[in-house]
Design a binder for this molecule. Structure first.
Ligand SMILES: *Cc1c(COP(=O)(O)O)cnc(C)c1O
Length: 410
């Protein structure tokens, strides 16, 4: 390892020490950062009755779920398995909202049995649901306001070609179903994408949704989804949550006055709450100079962190073994037998073989999207809480790879 380094710390815990203790690749999360983001959001919306439901697909370790429960958060889930995980983490069913897309009525029935709040996103399932439960089980309806938003087409879910939600142009049809089947609509919902920077885009969507809300007299809450953009590099821009909070609470409170009742404003952020709380550490196996570039080959790949390859996502990378070294240009690549480039032409403090690199913003959609491609093990996860590091997921072993395989006579 290189000399002359300052130690890289996560809430007072030395990261290089963690890498020695738990080996690399390694995910590390900081509860203090999750808490400060949660509190920042609460503060921005303090002018309205509000509730935050952590979107657990971003980072679904049961300890993280428990931590958000302790903070007072609800839970946003997108599969029946996430619902079950939330219940296991101790959430009250009433604090879990289930927002699936394209699931069968059987999965919805299961959610009814478990007693969680249900968000329905198409007229066909709503009709079946109404036939089964009528007004006995209130629902939330996911609307699609058709606004183009989000950092990447795969994560833009509110536009005209999107599979998500019931079009606001189908409101008339929706109303007919609700009325004739006596369905009790307790909530309206929208979620238009991820990495939305512009406050006005949110406000535009909110305005459209509130327009629809006038036609539904039984509402308890309106869920404005999520998609807040976070900073990905030093001095990067992010959604101005404070400005959004101020403008949106004003708009919402005006609406509630006209509606005649105080409703609750809800959000379901994933990335905003956990992205910056996560760090991913890997070791440089090889420095390879070619005629075109200098590759830093690391002991991980797209199997552990797929966002750069899948979404063209930017993850800031630091060499924590040589924090004072001079900057040189590298292409950081994984070890998967496929092109898995984490970063091209990136200036990083001089890298030597054996150095530890840190990927920032590794809290959201990193471990939860990890897989066993190339029969590699998923990494361990560590949670730093109140100045102490805790192992919360063990590194896999060959037994895990073979766990569900059934060996037959051949
Ligand atoms: C993914 C998702 C979220 C969270 O989005 P972020 O960009 O991580 O905040 C919220 N709600 C629904 C319905 C989702 O599918």
């Amino acid at each position: 390892m290189s000399q002359g380094s300052q130690t890289f710390q996560i809430a007072g815990v030395d990261a290089l020490q963690l890498c020695r203790e738990y080996d690399t690749p390694l995910y590390v999360y900081d509860t203090a950062k999750m808490e400060s983001q949660y509190k920042r959001l609460k503060k921005a919306f303090k002018g309205s009755k509000h509730k935050i439901n952590y979107a657990c697909k971003a980072l679904s370790n049961v300890n993280v779920l428990r931590f958000f429960k302790q903070l007072g958060s609800g839970l946003d889930t997108v599969s029946i398995q996430e619902v079950e995980l939330g219940l296991k983490a101790g959430f009250d069913p009433a604090d879990i909202i289930y927002t699936p897309n394209g699931v069968s009525i059987d999965e919805i029935k299961k959610a009814v049995e478990l007693g969680v709040r249900i968000n329905i996103d198409n007229l066909s399932i709503l009709e079946q649901f109404g036939g089964l439960y009528g007004g006995d089980y209130p629902v939330c309806i996911r609307m699609n306001p058709h606004i183009m938003a989000g950092g990447n087409v795969k994560i833009s879910v509110g536009h005209i070609d999107s599979k998500f939600g019931i079009s606001i142009h189908q409101t008339r049809h929706l109303e007919r179903l609700v009325k004739s089947l006596n369905i009790k609509v307790e909530g309206l919902h929208m979620h238009t994408g991820s990495d939305i920077l512009d406050v006005d885009v949110f406000l535009k969507g909110a305005d459209l949704l509130l327009e629809v809300a006038r036609d539904f007299p039984d509402l308890q809450y309106i869920d404005f989804g999520s998609g807040f953009k976070v900073a990905y590099k030093p001095n990067d821009i992010s959604t101005d949550i404070e400005e959004l909070g101020q403008k949106m609470t004003k708009m919402f409170n005006t609406f509630c006055k006209e509606y005649g009742r105080e409703l609750e404003i809800e959000f379901e952020p994933g990335k905003f709450l956990v992205s910056e709380a996560g760090y991913f550490f890997c070791k440089v196996n090889v420095i390879k100079q070619t005629t075109a570039t200098v590759f830093a080959g690391v002991d991980t790949g797209m199997n552990h962190l797929i966002r750069p390859m899948f979404y063209d996502a930017y993850h800031h990378i630091e060499n924590i073994s040589n924090t004072n070294g001079r900057k040189r240009v590298y292409t950081v690549v994984g070890y998967i037998c496929e092109t898995d480039t984490f970063a091209s032409d990136r200036q990083i403090n001089e890298i030597n073989e054996g150095d530890i690199l840190c990927f920032h913003n590794a809290g959201a959609y990193c471990f939860t999207m990890a897989n066993n491609y190339n029969s590699r093990y998923k990494p361990a996860e560590v949670l730093v809480h109140k100045g102490k590091a805790h192992l919360i997921t063990q590194r896999q072993t060959l037994d895990d790879i073979l766990r569900n395989q059934v060996e037959i006579e051949l």
